[in-house]
Design a protein around this ligand. Structure first.
Ligand code: AHG
Ligand code: MN
Ligand code: MN
Length: 338
């Protein structure tokens, strides 16, 4: 029983997860633990970033003797370095790299990872929460033939998904399909401790989260839905909260209840499918929210987890959060003519 035990670390729970699957090889356990290490390294750098800027430390070098880099480049390098030599991954995809990323020769493993190394980059230098998002699949290719087909799998095929949010504290939230758990980093000991056992997204939904600056370009379905939320017809008042980091907006909604929308819009062709990427933003968040009792759909009513990706950086409209509000949104989007 989770709640009776105290001081559970994320590594302990990852191991407990493995024990739930008698046939487990321990590879997923190893992969997740290496991700935890990456999260700790990125968290330390994120918390130093402001300092480095303020003190104008030029040419600050890290333990690898490299000069300090922009945080999203640093985060990307950190995760790649961990994953390419862990022996559990056969191929990777990162928001920061156009093509698939191979692992080191002789270190091919049974899983793939797609990740957004630093989500919410526009908020890095204004001290607003940012995060890392990851999605893990079992490979489908034969040994030695890892490639895009291992990454372009439906969200329903994910074996694990999660994020690490670097905010007032660093919190890691993940699921392997048996519920959602959150762990808070205690920097004084360098351990993530269970802080949010068995997360379920609240049914009561106080927040809606959408970038209203684009409302002139929304399709009628989006406009009508947001207008309905404002009318409080069914007596439910909502507040608008929009941070501009998916991880932060999603985490708030997961903990307090809420609905987040990044719909397509009519103005910008590059946003004809919305802005967020299926592989390493929408699909992992969709697995988490469904495991927590919520829903994740597109603005034409498709379930995010059912979408078969056709390219690494494919964008998808995203409506995600508390079930009742996503159900309501679905009625608006399916009834609208456009
Ligand atoms: P990233 O920083 O990884 O590119 O992601 C930014 C995304 C997402 O985090 C956020 O929800 C969205 O961009 C905000 O976009 P707008 O500024 O267009 O609202
Ligand atoms: Mn992102
Ligand atoms: Mn990013």
């Amino acid at each position: 029983m989770l709640v009776k035990r105290k001081g559970i670390t994320v590594s302990r729970l990852i191991m407990d997860d493995q024990l739930l699957h008698p046939g487990a090889t321990g590879e997923l356990t190893g992969l997740l633990n290496d991700l935890v290490v990456a999260g700790k390294i990125i968290s330390a750098e994120v918390n130093m970033a402001g300092l480095a800027d303020i003190l104008g430390q030029s040419g600050k070098t890290n333990i690898q003797g490299e000069t300090v880099q922009k945080l999203d480049v640093f985060a990307n390098q950190t995760i790649k370095r961990r994953m390419e030599q862990c022996g559990y991954v056969c191929v990777m995809a990162s928001e920061e790299e156009d093509e698939v990323i191979p692992v080191l020769e002789g270190y091919e493993g049974e899983y793939t990872i797609a990740f957004d190394p630093l989500d919410g980059s526009s908020n890095i230098d204004v001290n607003v929460s940012i995060g890392t998002i990851f999605s893990i699949h079992k490979r489908v290719s034969e040994p030695g033939y890892a490639g895009e087909e291992d990454l372009l799998q439906k969200g329903t095929e994910q074996v694990a998904a999660g994020y690490i949010i670097y905010g007032s504290s660093t919190v890691m939230v993940y699921t392997t399909g048996s519920g959602v758990h959150g762990f808070t980093l205690d920097p004084s000991v360098g351990e993530f401790f269970l802080s949010h056992p068995n997360i379920t997204i609240p049914e009561i939904c106080p927040y809606y989260s959408v970038n209203e600056a684009y409302s002139e370009h929304w399709f009628d379905s989006t406009r009508n839905f947001i207008a309905h939320l404002k009318k409080e017809e069914d007596g439910r008042g909502y507040s608008l909260r929009y941070i501009g980091s998916l991880v932060a907006d999603f985490h708030r909604n997961l903990v307090k209840g809420g609905i987040f929308l990044y719909p397509r819009d009519k103005k910008s062709p590059e946003k004809s499918e919305g802005k967020l990427r299926l592989l390493y933003e929408a699909a992992p968040m969709a697995m988490i929210v469904e495991q927590a009792g919520g829903r994740a759909i597109t603005d034409d009513g498709r379930r995010i987890l059912d979408i078969k990706p056709t390219s690494l950086h494919q964008r998808v409209p995203l409506i995600i959060g508390s079930k009742k509000e996503v159900d309501l949104a679905e009625r608006f989007f399916s009834s609208s003519s456009e």
